[in-house]
Ligand binder design. Structure first.
Ligand code: SAM
Ligand code: DTB
Ligand code: SF4
Length: 328
């Protein structure tokens, strides 16, 4: 049963139970809704890097801080296609393109729509994360064949203003509404390790699980500290809190893919094994996220072999029968 009426007390109760009970419950829920030991794989590419007008305190790409990042304008479509082909060849099913914009300008729309069409034509699922969207932009992305739009709530409503001042929490909810209305699948999650408290992680999960529909994909990022940003020296979050966040997300949003996103590089294979036990079933593969290093393919191959994990492939999903496809 999917529930959108979770209360803070209920979520807190799940989050704070003894860790082994929490892991057991999360893995049990996971197995009722997904194939065990099976992980969905996406690949990320930054299509416009740096000089972002927003002031997200964790981000290497914000123009408000000096992270030393080299900015790059919109990259050529051919280059994106080359990267997408490589991602597909290395087993990725979804290609996620990110741009450091407050929102796409109208002059950017032909470029992004073209990218969606061309990446989709390679047989990959498409995802974009371009900042805030208007309803009309969301609709055009959908028409071009976009599958997912990523837009995170990032943290609790209460802690949000400590992290970002240039875009409000309600702006974010509004973009998610436009994305849903356009019929796109929603990818929305947040970051832990920003200096927030348990109550903020619970608050973030409460917001996500009480949206009109659970996001189909929920990325849980662990802060990657970036020199030059205000959060460069924030105290590292205990991994167990990250695990509790993942397990609670799995229990309250049982049909959503829960993705281990940023921060995997700094986590051991045992930490990640515990996260999969907690019901995470999606990762980003490849050497790079948007601007920071990611656990590379070799390390992930070893991880998958050690843990006996397999990659979710299209063949595992129900395919329309040839006769249905012919019928239109
Ligand atoms: N610029 C777009 C936006 O924010 O709407 C999309 C790209 S942005 C980089 C996507 C998400 O990545 C952020 O919402 C945040 O959750 C995550 N992120 C960015 N920098 C990070 C960092 N240093 N550590 C962990 N997560 C990070
Ligand atoms: C998400 O939640 N995490 C990804 C994706 N959505 C776009 C981005 C992680 C970025 C990590 C920092 C960087 O590489 O710049
Ligand atoms: Fe810009 Fe996105 Fe970074 Fe915020 S997270 S500064 S919106 S690129």
């Amino acid at each position: 049963m999917l529930r959108n009426d979770w209360t803070r007390d209920q979520i807190q109760h799940i989050y704070q139970q003894p860790l082994l009970d929490l892991l057991f419950e999360a893995q049990s829920v996971h197995r009722q809704h997904f194939t065990a030991n099976t992980i969905q794989i996406s690949t990320l590419l930054s299509i416009k890097t740096g000089k972002c007008p927003e002031d997200c305190k964790y981000c290497s790409q914000s123009a408000h801080y000096d992270s030393g990042l080299e900015a790059e304008k919109r990259i050529a479509i051919d280059r994106v296609i080359m990267e997408a082909k490589q991602a597909k060849a290395s087993g990725s099913m979804r290609f996620c393109m990110g741009a450091a914009w407050r929102n796409p300008h109208e002059r950017d729309m032909p470029y992004v729509l073209d990218l969606v069409k061309q990446v989709k034509a390679l047989g990959l699922e498409t995802c974009m994360t371009l900042g805030m969207l208007s309803g009309s932009q969301a609709q055009r992305l959908k028409q071009a064949g976009l599958d997912y739009y990523n837009h995170n709530l990032d943290t609790s409503r209460e802690y949000y203003s400590h992290i970002i001042s240039t875009r409000s929490f309600d702006d974010r909810l509004d973009t998610l509404e436009q994305v849903r209305q356009a019929g796109l699948k929603v990818c929305s999650g947040g970051i832990v390790g920003l200096g927030e408290k348990n109550q903020d992680r619970i608050g973030l999960l409460l917001e996500l699980a009480t949206l009109p529909q659970h996001p189909q994909s929920v990325p849980i990022n662990m802060l990657v500290p970036i020199a030059g940003t205000p959060l460069a020296d924030v105290e590292k979050l205990d991994v167990i809190e990250w695990i509790r966040t993942i397990a609670t997300a799995r229990i309250i949003m049982p049909e959503s893919y829960i993705r281990l996103s940023a921060g995997r590089e700094s986590l051991t294979h045992s930490d990640q094994a515990m996260a999969f036990m907690a019901g995470a079933n999606s990762i980003f593969s490849g050497d790079k996220l948007l601007t920071t290093p990611n656990a590379g393919l070799n390390s992930d191959q070893i991880l998958f072999e050690k843990l006996g994990l397999i990659t979710e492939s299209k063949q595992l999903k129900p395919q329309p029968l040839a006769i249905d496809a012919m019928a239109g």
